[in-house]
Ligand binder design. Structure first.
Ligand code: CA
Length: 511
């Protein structure tokens, strides 16, 4: 009975939290607001002329990022690893020798901090590299590390025919079979082992003590998976959620403001489940949905905005403090420019929409230049297009997709470039509380070519309007107030009865 009453009380409290209070909480939250920038170190900036991006190169470009309006960096895997991508970690306490030294990392952290930029690391806790000393030790059935991985001595107690991501999960060796969900070079860790659980927390503490603001967590929903579990071991989702709750609680005991964002590439209901322990999850699929609306030039019944509102509500219901991590595309997906028909007006429009919405936007490096890239993965992760003669240009791989994309120097000098547009919108977001901390509400008006919503914090309300079409559009809303942003001045007009938006124009009006 007492338990039931407690549940009722919690429900009432959750329902009573107003958007204004939520926004107030968001305002107070340090590393979880502004705009994050996702960096693949190997491709960003090279400081020592070997053609491979590194930490001192990134440090050398921090002024560029600060000027762009970046308030946080998601550093893709920075640890020693045999592969080019680094998702196969062989030492959780080190820095990849291609990327520099621990001293370089500490310098980078100091310089980022000096510019008000938070840093989160890409932590992969589902698997390690086969070259990790733990795995090497675990090949011996008598080693204490044997139980840190999912080994089967005989193969009789597991399903050797199980498959994952198009290949067999179980791999035969001289000393038994090990499970590897993603790739045979990335054996899966056994999170049932208490010593391993403790060690993963030690790793988190090591980096939090070095000043990182938190972690982007890889493969969150795969830590326990049917393909690698023995019959009767339990439900993977429950075991996953319990592990992440334990890990998140621990991280927050070290740093109460620690920001954790999970890769949960699944349905909204599943994302919401993981937002309970982690408090932030990536909003997969929104980029493609937004690109379709932008390319079609219409948003019937404000459908995209309403779909976003449903997602925010879904997350808030699961966790009132949830932060939706919004993005157009990431390192695993075809770069968004392709879905936007490689058209600068479309790219500007998609950027203005997601960079003025509730949540925490993540810009994938090079997106602000309109870089292109598709599978195989290497071509989604090609060098940032600094000037041809920039000594920091990375050359470890050549992109077949980006020969015609305007480089940084050309765009930097052009006030109408995509880069200049990203800079305008991101710096406005960073300086406008209703944008970086606001709560979204759809704004109803009958023009289907126009997307419209308000963003609200207690002390500020802004209206955001986007004309997706190639024709001028009139919006029958009260347009009075300070105009904080308009993509194109010519043909724009706002008065107390209407707003006229030129083609492909966005406007932000403070009410
Ligand atoms: Ca280098």
């Amino acid at each position: 009975m007492i338990k039931k009453l407690a549940v009722c009380f919690v429900l009432i409290v959750v329902m009573a939290v107003s958007p204004a209070v939520l926004a107030q909480e968001r305002l107070a939250r340090g590393p979880q607001q502004g705009t994050y920038y996702q960096v693949f170190l190997r491709s960003f900036a090279d400081s020592d002329g070997d053609g491979i991006g590194d930490l001192m190169g990134l440090t050398g470009k921090l002024d560029y990022l600060a000027g762009l309006g970046v308030t946080g960096i998601w550093l893709m895997p920075s640890f020693p690893a045999p592969s080019y991508h680094g998702y196969d970690i062989s030492d959780y306490y080190g820095i990849h020798p291609d990327y520099g030294t621990m001293e370089d990392f500490e310098t980078f952290m100091r310089e980022a901090d000096a510019r008000g930029i938070s840093v989160i690391l890409d932590l992969v806790l589902n698997h390690t590299s086969t070259e990790h000393p733990w795995f090497q030790a675990s090949r011996d059935p008598n080693s204490p590390y044997r139980d840190w991985y999912r080994w089967s001595d005989t193969g009789e107690d597991v399903n050797l025919n199980a498959t994952s991501f198009g290949h067999r999960t179980w791999n035969e060796t001289e000393s038994g079979y090990y499970a590897a969900l993603f790739w045979d070079q990335m054996p899966d860790l056994n999170l049932d082992n208490p010593d391993l659980r403790q060690e993963l927390k030690n790793i988190a503490k090591f980096w939090l003590d070095k000043g990182v603001a938190g972690f982007r967590l890889d493969a969150v929903m795969h830590v326990y998976s049917f393909a690698e579990m023995s019959p009767g071991e339990g439900a993977p989702t429950e075991l996953n959620l319990a592990w992440w709750a334990e890990f998140a609680d621990y991280c927050r005991s070290v740093d109460p403001d620690c920001y954790l964002v999970g890769e949960v590439w699944d349905a909204p209901s599943t994302r919401a489940q993981y937002a309970v322990p982690l408090s932030s999850v990536f909003h997969f699929d929104m980029g493609e949905t937004l690109a379709r609306a932008v390319v079609n030039g219409s948003n019937k019944g404000n459908a995209f905005v309403k779909s976003m509102k449903i997602e925010y509500d879904h997350l808030a219901e699961a966790n009132p403090n949830a932060v939706n991590a919004i993005f157009l595309s990431n390192h695993d997906q075809t770069r968004i420019s392709a879905a936007l028909r490689n058209d600068t007006d479309n790219m500007k429009m998609a950027a203005t929409v997601y960079l003025t919405m509730q949540g925490l936007p993540f810009v994938y490096y090079g997106e602000e230049l309109g870089m292109l890239g598709g599978k195989p993965d290497e071509y989604i992760r090609t060098p940032f297009l600094w000037a041809e003669d920039d000594p920091m240009l990375c050359t470890w791989i050549e992109s077949p997709h980006n020969r015609k994309v305007l480089r940084f120097d050309a765009q930097d000098a052009d006030p109408d470039s995509l880069l200049a547009h990203y800079r305008r919108v991101m710096t406005l977001r960073a300086a406008t509380p209703a944008l970086f901390a606001g709560v979204l509400e759809p704004l109803d008006q009958p023009n289907n070519a126009v997307m419209s919503y308000s963003m609200v914090v207690p002390e500020q309300t802004v209206w955001v309007l986007h004309n997706l079409s190639n024709e001028p559009q009139t919006v029958l809303l009260d347009g009075s107030g300070a105009v904080l942003f308009v993509t194109y001045e010519e043909g724009f007009a706002a008065n107390d009865g209407s707003v006229i938006l030129p083609p492909k124009c966005s406007a932000i009006i403070q009410k």
